[in-house]
Design a protein around this ligand. Structure first.
Ligand code: FAD
Length: 507
């Protein structure tokens, strides 16, 4: 690490916010030997809102793959408890495995054979995790890799020059070459950094509350869409409510009182149910906004700082972890002067469209959840479609991020821009297990000596791996980026010229 004239350290990267996205990004940067400090406003990482049931978060395929590829998946308790942690339980079962706007889709209806690149050796497409556990695992990993985490230190202001950034937290200052705002939906980095934040205003205020109810039998079980909104008692005393008030209550930033919550649940459920104790409550909305650029000079944004939308269908964390996986290696290569600066611009061009799709996915859900008769009619049609095999397969694929693909130049092969299938080698090892050091991989099924030589010319940036795999999918070789995205494929004798062009582009 460098120091300035006052002997203050100059970090490669200052990250604002030790939420899951800031922590995961820090791990990616530190893995690539960058010096990183995280400034976190909260003194204590623990909060009841990060524990079950509030802290429950659905992880989708790209997040599960990212954790797996960095050797972190096996640390999740839920993963350890799964007897067969691969794929769905199979045709014929009717286990609800996800939803769109509250309309369930079921395991046995999903035809995973349509997802050509998900092999039997692939990781799961969805997993339930707990925020607190995820953050604990990521914190441990970040600290092991040498990341400095300063808690109780909120970024209050900053400025950038051509050479770097100076960050202020009260009267403390920190110097870095780059600043990444991972400071959540109300990001100071976004607000002070001159980022445009375009999108749509909310239709509703959502409530998550833990309560004691005197007469719980007055509320119906399951998810109930009523003339005024929606309520769900997912487990005794745990209420989720959507009140289509245009987001007014949430925007007013008033605390949720027992009287207010009781009025809301009575109105939405059309009952006289009585809440006797309010343990904890939080509100949220479906405001959907995204920064118009993920980068402004030496300032970047990731996670909720870059995009906000309703938590319906559970996509925000997944989107943020995807940002971190995409940004980490590009920023590290830029810092280590191993990449043209244009590499960093591909962070915006790849992640902005993915974020925009998630925002639209959440808007589409709100549109058919509203209590209007037009929405009810559309809701019934979607329900019918989701009951079909193709419908369930489509919705599951979207919710689980199976279709995520970047539009990469140089090839129109459908696997280019897609997450690499978890190829299993003849000795039982899997390609994902070779990615724990964050390098690119040249995977050569034909043990071609010239490809080995070619990979070695990129030093430790590209790891050469060869051998026969159980399912070759008609390919002879692939070049995979450090984030697990396929950059180049060969279906016959490798075209070394195009391989070199692609490798030069990314490494
Ligand atoms: C009810 C609910 C259910 C959800 N369910 C799902 C789900 O199932 N699946 C899913 O993918 N997503 C879900 N989400 C969304 C998900 O929780 C968020 O998208 C995710 O937490 C974003 O992570 P982040 O690190 O970007 O931001 P955050 O988790 O908000 O972390 C930001 C961090 O920055 C810190 N900070 C803020 N300001 C400053 C400052 N000035 N200086 C320093 N630090 C600062 C904060 O203290 C915080 O620790 C849900 C959200 C809600 C509300």
């Amino acid at each position: 690490m460098n120091h300035n004239n006052n002997k203050q350290p100059i970090y490669d990267v200052i990250i604002s916010g030790a939420g899951p996205v800031g922590l995961f990004l820090a791990c990616e940067l530190a893995l690539a030997k960058c010096s990183v400090i995280i400034l976190e406003k909260a003194e204590n990482p623990y909060s009841p809102l990060k524990q079950l049931p509030f802290g429950i978060r659905g992880l989708s395929a790209p997040s599960i793959e990212a954790l797996y590829r960095r050797g972190l998946l096996k640390e999740l308790e839920i993963y350890k408890r799964l007897k067969s942690p691969h794929q769905n339980s199979g045709i014929g079962t009717r286990r609800q495995v996800g939803h769109f706007a509250g309309i369930p889709f079921h395991d046995g209806d999903i035809d995973i054979s349509q997802w050509k690149y998900r092999l039997p050796s692939s990781t799961d497409t969805s997993l339930i995790s707990e925020m607190e556990e995820l953050e604990t695992i990521l914190t441990r990993r970040a600290e092991t890799l040498g990341v400095e985490i300063k808690r109780g230190v909120a970024l209050t202001s900053f400025y950038q020059t051509e050479e770097g950034v100076t960050v202020q937290s009260g009267d403390q200052s920190f110097q870095g070459k780059w600043l990444v705002g991972c400071d959540g939906s109300r990001s100071i980095v976004r607000k002070a950094g001159g980022f445009g934040f375009a999108g749509t205003e909310p239709e509703f205020t959502g409530y998550s509350a833990k309560v004691d109810i005197a007469d719980p039998e007055k509320l119906k079980p399951g998810r109930n869409v009523t003339a005024k909104g929606m309520y769900l008692q997912s487990q005794p005393g745990y209420l989720i409510i959507q009140d289509f008030d245009g987001g007014a209550f949430h925007n007013g930033e008033k605390p949720v009182t027992i009287e207010h919550l009781q009025n809301v649940i009575r109105r939405i459920s059309n009952t006289d149910v009585t809440i006797i104790t309010l343990h904890i409550a939080t509100t949220w909305t479906d405001r959907a906004r995204q920064v118009t650029s993920y980068r402004n000079g030496r300032i970047l944004l990731a996670g909720d700082a870059a995009h906000i939308h309703s938590p319906l269908g559970g996509q925000g964390l997944n989107l943020g972890l995807g940002d971190a996986m995409n940004l980490g290696w590009k920023l590290a290569a830029t810092i280590r002067k191993k990449a043209p600066e244009a590499l960093l611009d591909s962070y915006h061009s790849e992640r902005h469209p993915v974020g925009a799709q998630v925002l639209d996915w959440s808007r589409a859900q709100v549109a058919i959840m509203s209590p209007s008769s037009h929405a009810r009619a559309l809701n019934a049609i979607i329900r019918d479609l989701m009951d079909t095999r193709d419908g369930a397969t489509y919705f599951a694929g979207r919710v689980w991020g199976v279709f995520t693909r970047y539009n990469l130049v140089g090839s129109d092969h459908p696997l280019v821009g897609h997450s690499v299938p978890n190829f299993e080698l003849e000795d039982g090892s899997k390609i994902g297990e070779f990615m724990d050091e964050g390098q690119g991989i040249l995977l050569d099924f034909d043990r071609n000596p010239s490809l080995k030589t070619l990979a070695s010319e990129y030093g430790d940036a590209i790891k050469y791996t060869s051998g026969r795999v159980k399912e070759q999918l008609g390919l002879s070789a692939l070049l995979v980026r450090p984030d697990g995205i396929v950059a180049w494929v060969s279906v016959g004798k490798p075209d070394e010229k195009s391989l070199i062009q692609t490798a030069d582009l990314w490494f």
